[in-house]
Design a protein around this ligand. Sequence first.
Ligand code: PEP
Ligand code: MN
Length: 337
Amino acid sequence: MVIVLHPSTTPENLEELKNELLKSDCKVCPTYGEFQIILGVVGSTQQINRDKVLNKKYVEKILSVQEPYKMANRMFHPENTVINVGNESIGGTKIALIAGPCSVESEEQIVDIARKVKEAGAGFLRGGAYKPRTSPYSFQGMKEEGLELLKIARQETGLPIVSELMSASELDKFIDSVDIIQIGARNMQNFDLLKAIGQTNKPILLKRGLSATFEELLMSAEYIMSEGNEQVILCERGIRTFETYTRNTLDLSAVLALKRLSHLPVIIDPSHAAGKWWMVEALSKAAVAVGADGLIIEVHNDPANASCDGKQSITPDRFAALVDPLRRIAEIDDRTI
Ligand code: PEP
Ligand code: MN
């Protein structure tokens, strides 16, 4: 349920209304917009005495939220959510560039790539320490040591770190080491993991499952938000279709649909979508043109010998050459990089 209040509502009015609503088994999420105050209410909203609420002079209207996702719903929060990470942000007019290798392989590798992508204009460093591999015989990541190397790269460059968490048993280490916790496509519906990260105050980069609908993705975001963590970034990374030429099929309409349905930032991962490095630059430009809030791009200094996903990784030089065209596309919509 969404309760729209008059702009003249006083803090005392708000307190009175909240106390009334909390008599039911509900949670109240206020949003202070430029022209109105909105109270999103979740829980047993059927217990609320609607007439009593509507009788208050400062209550403009009550709206029912039909969709099963509530806190992630744009009705709850009409303005875009902007997530601040250090000096960077995701969801505002500045497009977030997250770049780095699929997995951390050595100190020299991660520090070298971090320096180069920073110099090119990236705002964040990605790097997997725990890797979800299809085969148990493939490289599984450097694990704890990988997290330590990411911290060195952050110290060297100042870039905030994005890394994938696969199990709640590693959560404490991630809270100490990373700036944004990535939940991979394969874990999008690992509900216990979603609940665990919902109890932290780390921004979460939530990737769309291999064959998840927008509603399923938003319900996964809702799992995180309903535990108290509202800092969720949605990521389209390609979905399974009948096409096998590309690794996945990049669904650019996800940006438009998700931004209409939700206030959360939406970013694009062209690397895992295409699976081919030579498609990454054009798909990145398309993603910015369609309104994505950011890009997460795999960049490797030696793609041919990468431990993971070399075929879809671009070199630091190619990444650097891509930033200016992206900036020019962003300017069309009065955005920056
Ligand atoms: C990754 O980012 O390296 C990754 C494994 O992504 P996804 O979960 O989208 O496959
Ligand atoms: Mn990868």
